[in-house]
Design a protein around this ligand. Sequence first.
Ligand SMILES: [Fe+2]
Length: 240
Amino acid sequence: MTRLVGFKHEDAGAPPSYSEGYQSTRLRAPSKPLIRTPTTLTEVTGPTDGWEGLMGGAMADLTTQHAGMPQGQRIIVSGRVLDEDGRPAPNTVMEIWQANAAGRYIHIDDSWDAPHDPNFTGAGRVITDAQGRYRYVTIRPGCYPWGNHYNAWRPGHIHLSLMGPSFASRLVTQMYFPDDPLIEIDPIANAVPMPYRQRMVSRFDIETTEPNYGLGYLFDVVLRGREATPFEDDHDKDHH
Ligand SMILES: [Fe+2]
């Protein structure tokens, strides 16, 4: 009982390995032509009962993982994961990681002078349903400075990893917020050319918003094809 899936990494709008304004790509972008390795059974298969048995159940509410509520604006993020033909991608694991409301990660290497929040870890996980839908609750992440250039600040963003039916079908991207002025001057977001960049920006939605609870944002992820969400390449392993 194995499921075979094919891979294609040349989707429109995918950020290049080297992007002029994004300093760390200068060191890590391949300087020689890539060598294609054949995909074997190990890469194209995965657990036939889905990921839940391996990873545990959903962690769909990042605001209730501790004794108290985290600081910040509570938000609800919802959407669908789709393939290139608009068909839902069910049973897709979406892992979520983000900074707290002050822009601070719980990561040990994050030394930016903003407070940790004892009520916020910043990690979650959801699995899409039969219609490819997901929903999670979190707080809106703050912006943080980084060393790319003088006065560089990342727009607020949520990191996402999507795991399909096989071990090699992991895709990584970032979700931004529609009212954020930092997006247009951010070298990471700008590594993705327009109009593809817009696919990484969520949309405020009053229907997803819940009265007296939290603001709703919609974010659909398209795994590949002409409408694909721009995903980070394999070399993009730092945590910015
Ligand atoms: Fe980040």
